[in-house]
Design a protein around this ligand. Structure first.
Ligand SMILES: O=C(O)C1=C[C@@H](OP(=O)(O)O)[C@@H](O)[C@H](O)C1
Ligand SMILES: C=C(OP(=O)(O)O)C(=O)O
Length: 450
């Protein structure tokens, strides 16, 4: 788990063209869900391409604590022998979800309608994030929660003894909240209905249907209405996890800003609820192509080809696109630094409650690297300096946030002077092979702060 070990200072130096093929790891969102739904199925689920990052490994450990048998067969192949909906046993230890908001919030949902008592904790970042957004709707099922002030971890949940189904309108655009309610609805008799005004990533709905649950999704004037029939017997599945578009974002964005680059990032999940960054980059003038578009395991997939893009321009990113690229704003702001003009990012309040306050963390580091950043509660603007003109020469706090650490490593590849982060250790939560993958393309990242 990040944040518990020794900090790893890292420096990224300006480098020559990035070239080659970047095989990024499996999708983090899908990996968490595969383990959790596998644990709730009756029988053995087989998973290939699982992300073996700390966030997902913490979820695997948690599933074992609830009674599932989770086995690592090597090379990303895992199996989960599930205990069935309502079959979770009571763990005899605290569940530590490390740095992972997705892990803790989805697991809270998965246990909330089973009569067991579970205490959750995490690292300093996770213990500062709001959990009321999940425990409020879980209370409607009959689940009790006691935590620290402001709904923070550590927190104990007492699962409902006689859960009732729920109808819930999600008040913030959050796939984690939506998913927690749906997972809780699995063990409530009758129909649980979740309504989201803005579409967020839909991996839970897709995977629930794949496991044989009865899930119905209808677009209405009120939003996306998701109806789940409770108490199904979930059928074990064979799941091939696609590569993570949120990880692909880093080599793609690096290629756009380092002169002479040409990088292929194969086999990337392009579910429209995840692909907003790539649309935005193309609008900014990025030389980014989708090759070999196809469908795999019910998800659209393509190979991304990114080349150095000399004529990037700042744009206003449509706020309605925010949910489909919410984790990609930090690295988008890095590309914006090399564009001509202002990149305006509105409707992104959620960035303030991620592993760090991502607007604050990026604004501080970008300013230290010589850029102008304006910000408000739910917006920020980066004024680009154009290729070759970004000074760099700063050491930035990564604030226990993998995406902040990786974004500044990408920045340093094209600045005039190197860029350092005080701690790159959080990168292992989502992208454990980041340093070797980027080095193989030609990047110069070293473990030191000089
Ligand atoms: O459901 C998921 O897998 C995720 C949902 C998003 O969080 P929110 O639900 O808080 O928007 C995203 O930021 C996170 O990295 C993964
Ligand atoms: C926000 C993220 O993850 P989580 O909420 O699962 O910690 C992320 O990976 O960018």
């Amino acid at each position: 788990m990040s944040g518990h070990g020794t900090p790893i200072p890292m420096t990224s130096r300006p480098c020559g063209p990035l070239q080659g093929t970047a095989r990024v790891p499996g999708d983090k969102s899908i990996s968490h869900r595969a383990l959790i739904l596998g644990a709730l199925a009756v029988g053995r689920t087989e998973i290939t391409g699982l992300l073996e990052g700390e966030d997902v490994l913490d979820t695997a450990k948690a599933m074992r604590a609830f009674g599932a048998t989770v086995t690592n067969h090597g090379d990303g192949a895992w199996s989960v022998q599930g205990v069935g909906v309502g079959g979770f046993g009571e763990p005899d230890q605290v569940i530590d979800c490390g740095n992972s908001g997705t892990g803790v919030r989805l697991i809270m949902g998965a246990m909330a309608t089973t009569p067991i008592t579970v205490t959750f904790t995490g690292d300093a970042s996770l213990n500062g994030r709001p959990m009321g957004r999940v425990t409020d709707p879980l209370a409607l099922f009959g689940t009790q929660a006691v935590g620290r002030e402001g709904g923070r971890l550590p927190m104990t949940l007492v699962g409902a003894v006689d859960p009732v189904p729920v109808r819930y309108v999600v008040p913030v655009p959050s796939a984690q909240v939506k998913s927690a309610v749906l997972l809780a609805g699995l063990n409530a008799p009758g129909e649980t209905i979740v309504i989201e005004k803005e579409a967020t990533r839909d991996h839970t709905e897709r995977m629930l249907a794949g496991f044989g649950a009865n899930v119905d999704v209808v677009e209405t004037d009120e939003g996306r209405v998701i109806t789940l029939q409770g108490q199904p017997e979930l059928q074990p599945q064979t799941i091939a996890v696609p590569r993570d578009p949120s990880s692909a974002a880093f080599p793609v964005c690096a290629a756009l800003i380092v002169p002479g680059s040409d990088v292929l990032v194969p086999n990337i999940g392009l579910n429209p609820t995840r692909a907003g960054l790539f649309t935005t980059l193309r609008e900014m003038g990025a030389d980014l192509e989708y090759e070999n578009m196809r469908e795999e395991g019910g998800e659209p997939v393509a190979d991304l080809r990114a080349r150095y893009s000399p004529d990037l321009k700042g744009i206003a990113v449509p706020p309605e696109r925010a949910a489909s690229m919410i984790d990609e704003y930090p690295v988008l702001s890095v590309v914006a630094a090399f564009a001509e003009g202002v990149t305006d990012m509105q409707g992104v309040k959620e960035l303030r409650v991620k592993e760090s306050d991502r607007i604050d963390a990026m604004a501080k580091g970008l300013r230290a690297a010589g850029l102008t950043v304006d910000e408000g509660p739910d917006w920020w603007k980066v004024t680009g300096l154009g290729h070759g003109n970004v000074p760099g020469g700063a050491t930035v706090e990564s604030q226990l946030d993998h995406r902040i650490a990786m974004s500044f490593m990408i920045l340093g590849m094209a600045t005039q002077k190197p860029v350092s982060v005080d701690d790159g250790s959080p990168i292992a939560t989502s992208f454990p092979i980041f340093e070797t993958l980027m080095a193989d393309l030609g990047a110069q990242i070293v473990r030191s702060n000089t």
